[in-house]
Design a protein around this ligand. Structure first.
Ligand SMILES: Nc1nc2c(c(=O)[nH]1)N[C@H]1C(S)=C(S)[C@@H](COP(=O)(O)O)O[C@H]1N2
Ligand SMILES: [Mo]
Length: 263
């Protein structure tokens, strides 16, 4: 069953590409991985207010892949950053039981909300990728990640046509000893349906360690480390980021970081 209802007026891929400008569309049609062209298209659609499910999915085949590495490149120690152990009672209780009672809630602008256990996630087709994680603070580590493609999950819940962003709600809060805010992140549908965008339950052939986001973390390989939400508890499809945090689309974005953190 198709996830997307056909729109009344047929927007063809060719017509969408025409909007992006001749140079950009030529490189996309030729199958090139020209990053500026993809970015130019993203901006064009955002300006036109057309960054909708249909237009974004039409662009997917042109999406460049982040570099992948070999097993020999994996960093002997992978640095952990931000939260390394969520200070949350229900999280701690689930961690004690190896997350058998943990569920990933998937809802918002979807036709069929889902609640998925780790066992459910392990049944989905998985992707394994060895990639470099770049933190905005200036360090990088290479790790191996395994988990279902986010697109497989989104296809199962069937996004409604109004959905434009995917928001990731995490188990941890970050701040000072006096005030802390929930960690959250968001991506557009271009990245949500990108083949390298996965929800990893394994790192370096072992269950994802707590300090790296157990039981599940986002990998969105073409962006910086702070986009890679750890301790993901709930995924929400939305048409606007205005209702979350300070409305900038993520914990660090609310403190001034770029929402689109391309590497
Ligand atoms: N929930 C949550 N996700 C998070 C963070 C965090 O503090 N909490 N830190 C971010 C930052 S800045 C980076 S660099 C990476 C760090 O991932 P790592 O601990 O596996 O190295 O996670 C990102 N995702
Ligand atoms: Mo980071």
């Amino acid at each position: 069953m198709r996830a997307i209802r056909p729109a009344p007026s047929l927007i063809t891929r060719r017509r969408l590409l025409a909007v992006g400008g001749a140079a950009a569309s030529a490189s996309l049609l030729a199958g090139c991985s020209v990053i500026p062209a993809a970015d130019q298209l993203r901006e064009t659609f955002a300006r036109a207010g057309w960054l909708t499910l249909r237009s974004q999915r039409a662009l997917l085949s042109g999406g460049p892949l982040a570099q992948e590495f070999t097993a020999a490149d994996i960093s002997p120690t992978f640095r952990a950053n931000g939260t390394t152990s969520p200070d949350d009672e229900s999280y701690k209780a689930m961690a004690r039981d190896a997350f058998v009672n943990w569920r990933l809630e998937v809802g918002g602008l979807v036709e069929r909300p889902l609640s998925l256990s780790l066992a459910d996630l392990r049944q989905l087709p998985a992707r394994t990728q060895i990639t470099r994680h770049d933190c905005v603070e200036g360090w990088s580590c290479i790790g191996k990640w395994k988990g279902p493609m986010l697109s497989a999950i989104l296809d199962r819940v069937a996004l409604k046509p109004e959905a434009r962003f995917i928001v990731f709600h995490c188990a941890d809060k970050l701040g000072t000893q006096f005030i802390a805010w929930p960690y959250y992140e968001s991506i557009d549908l271009i990245d949500a349906f990108h083949p390298q965008t996965i929800l990893a339950y394994e790192m370096n052939d072992a269950p994802l360690p707590e300090k790296h986001g157990a039981p599940l973390r986002l990998r969105v390989e073409r962006q910086l480390g702070y986009k890679m939400a750890k301790y993901v508890m709930r995924i929400e499809a939305v048409d606007s980021l205005a209702g979350f945090g300070s409305g900038k689309g993520g914990y660090w974005e609310d403190f001034g970081y770029e929402w689109y953190a391309g590497i």
